[in-house]
Design a protein around this ligand. Structure first.
Ligand SMILES: *Cc1c(COP(=O)(O)O)cnc(C)c1O
Length: 336
């Protein structure tokens, strides 16, 4: 069967690079949403705990339930609980209307909209939201925001950051205490100069696929996941034979062709057979990708589809995040 090879060494290396930037592993909140960016939720949670990571960020309550116990805090980004979650699990308030639906006693962190306009309470509604949180009996544990363009050239990042810092100044002067403040994702963490917040929510950098455009200095990170497929069948074909659906994979010369056990049903992108995907070893996928397989010249027992999801993503005109999170949970994850 196909498998995703997870390099412990590279993951630990990246966490170490990140902790150098935050000045402590205690200030890293590892983002494990969406099956840990496809790497495998509990596997990566175990490795992170082994590395000393104390804070996690997930998308759903089910993910929080699966990883809780390994971390001091688990922050749920986008689900509202019906009852107070287990110890250490806290929930993001993405909108003022959420507050009234949350169970009293729930630990929450308030998301503030500093300019991305996706989630969070508007800056001029923060005071009302804080009041409503207190009135509802929710325990405020943090205030956060998210940048819309930290990985792109431009001043948006600085503008949002200044608004967040101004809010922090104002609320702290008004007496708000005992909450953690965080705005950074991977890109903004490596762009921020000196890190001065309580935690950074780091996802893609930990998985080794953060890309920053010139002229930003690229952090030294190593891809954690590589995707491997196993051989299902092999045949000898003559020149002119056409392989796969639509016969789109035409052989210019006679040769050996094998079929491998990954397809778009596994979350691999189907792409366009007229612009075939090139493997790290230089060979191209032959013809159309099927639901559960693809074909290739040669007869190796296993082949690597990518060592770096970012390079695969570039061929498909997308981002590493998409290539990774699409990978089916049924693909075996093997830590080495
Ligand atoms: C996904 C996510 C992150 C992590 O972003 P990376 O670019 O992977 O570091 C941080 N914060 C929020 C709110 C997110 O949704």
């Amino acid at each position: 069967m196909s498998f995703l090879r997870i390099s412990r060494e590279n993951f630990f290396y990246n966490l170490n690079q990140i902790a150098r930037k935050t000045q402590s592993i205690d200030r890293v909140a590892l983002v494990l949403k969406d099956n840990a960016y496809g790497h495998g939720l509990t596997l990566m949670a175990d490795l992170a705990a082994e590395a000393g990571v104390r804070h996690a960020v997930v998308r759903t309550l089910a993910e929080a339930e699966a990883v809780r116990g390994r971390f001091e805090t688990v922050l749920v980004l986008s689900e509202i609980p019906e009852k107070v979650p287990e110890n250490g699990v806290r929930v993001v308030v993405n909108d003022r209307s959420c507050i009234a639906t949350m169970p009293a006693g729930c630990e929450v962190e308030l998301k503030v909209d500093t300019g991305m306009h996706r989630n969070g309470v508007a800056l001029d509604e923060v005071d009302a939201a804080l009041e409503a949180i207190a009135k509802r009996g929710l325990a405020l544990k943090g205030v956060l925001t998210h940048y819309r363009g930290a990985d792109e050239m431009g001043s948006d990042y600085f503008w949002q950051r200044r608004r967040f810092e101004a809010l922090r100044d104002r609320l702290e002067r008004a007496g708000l205490k005992g909450v953690r403040w965080h705005s950074h994702n991977s890109a903004s963490l490596f762009r921020c100069g000196s890190f001065e917040e309580d935690v950074a929510r780091v996802g893609i950098a930990a998985y080794g696929c953060l890309r920053l455009p010139e002229p930003f200095e690229a952090p030294d990170l190593r891809p954690v996941a590589s995707l491997w497929a196993k051989r299902l069948a092999t045949r000898r074909l003559c020149a002119g034979a056409r392989v796969g659906y639509g016969g789109e994979g035409e052989l210019k010369e006679a040769g050996t062709v094998s079929t491998y056990d990954i397809g778009y049903g596994d979350g691999w992108l189907r792409g366009d057979a007229r612009r075939p995907y090139r493997l790290p070893d230089g060979r191209e996928i032959l013809g159309r990708v099927s639901m559960d397989m693809f074909s290739l010249r040669g007869e190796d027992e296993k082949v690597c589809l990518f060592h770096d999801a970012g390079e695969a993503a570039a061929q498909f005109g997308t981002i590493a995040y998409e290539v990774l999170v699409r990978l089916s949970p049924h693909i075996r994850r093997v830590a080495v």
